[in-house]
Design a protein around this ligand. Structure first.
Ligand code: FAD
Length: 279
């Protein structure tokens, strides 16, 4: 029997300017669409801070005829705001969502209590039945606020029990963490696909800062290699593509059901990695 083609998806964040949105829709999205991803996803700013731009971008991508999954979290919003957003998406022909808890927006104080993703999944199912394919987040290196490894995967199971269909992982560079995580999830009865989130290496200092916040480990050998390149961005980019291609190849060779690229709204690294994989 022929091996199933891996699922490929690509993530965007809403640009802050009109020019950025134009570039995303007229250059980045068409170039990545040529790779044939199953869908694009669009992030949702902490506390709903990008609500309008996320909705606008999602609608434009959908109008271009491509499947798109908005990310969604309660943030500080009440039930009626989220229910209205779900209605908007249903009306626009959106069939997928990425349901998240989100984080407290920095500098705003934010809501006193964030709503867990499992509660959002239950809310979506209650309001819209089986309309949406719901993705949730998973953490092979464990969510930074988790009390323990076991509680974190138990809460992932709660998201599936509430009605999620599949998960996308936080990015990681330690491939063993992903396969160990899949085994641990299977051991507690999770039988839904967990797609590997992959971050191309683009801006290394941003990556270091972001990884420290989200609990993704950058292996020492990668840091040392990149440090040695100094300001030579071309060498860093080339090395980044090599390392992430190797990561993806190992994932696919060992049965990962698919890859979700955190594109950072850039064409080249994702395109090059994809082409190297010969998919
Ligand atoms: P949850 O699954 O709710 O878990 C959050 C924490 O609480 C974990 O430590 C978990 O162990 C614990 N927990 C869960 N349920 C319970 C419970 N019932 N009782 C006690 N503890 C519990 N952020 C954005 O702001 N916008 C985005 O668009 C966005 N997209 C993302 C996409 C992906 C694929 C991933 C992996 C992350 C994304 N994030 C996004 C980041 C995400 O919002 C943060 O990682 C956030 O801190 C956790 O969200 P979650 O949905 O995983 O939370």
């Amino acid at each position: 029997m022929a091996a199933q083609k891996p699922r490929i998806s690509c993530e965007f964040f809403p640009p802050k300017t009109g020019a950025g949105i134009d570039r995303l829709l007229t250059e980045v999205m068409p170039a990545l669409n040529a790779l044939g991803p199953e869908f694009f996803s669009v992030t949702y700013g902490a506390g709903g801070s990008t609500r309008d731009t996320t909705v606008g971008l999602v609608s434009s991508i959908r109008e271009a005829g491509t499947d798109v999954a908005p990310h969604l979290s309660f943030g500080g919003d009440d039930d009626s705001t989220i229910a209205a957003l779900l209605e908007t998406y249903q009306g626009a022909g959106i069939k997928r969502l990425v349901a998240l808890r989100g984080d407290v927006p920095s500098g705003t104080g934010g809501p006193a209590q964030l709503i867990y993703a499992s509660e959002l999944v239950a809310f979506i199912r209650e309001r819209t039945g089986d309309h949406f394919h719901i993705e949730v987040a998973a953490y092979p290196e464990i969510h930074p606020e988790a009390k323990s490894y076991d509680t974190d995967i138990a809460f992932l199971k709660t998201k599936f029990d509430a009605g999620a269909d599949s998960a996308i992982t936080q990015y990681f560079f330690n491939v063993e963490s992903y396969f160990y995580f899949l085994d641990q999830c299977a051991a507690i009865g999770i039988d839904k696909p967990i797609y590997a989130g992959v971050m191309p290496i683009i801006n290394f200092s941003n990556l270091i800062r972001f990884s420290a916040n989200c609990g993704a480990e950058i292996p020492r050998w990668i840091c040392r290699r990149i440090e040695a390149y100094g300001d030579n961005q071309e060498s860093i980019a080339k090395f980044g593509v090599e390392v992430v291609t190797q990561l993806c190849q190992t994932l696919l060779d060992n049965g990962a059901p698919g890859i979700h690229f955190y594109t950072m709204n850039q064409v080249e690294p994702t395109q090059q990695i994809y082409n190297n994989l010969g998919l």
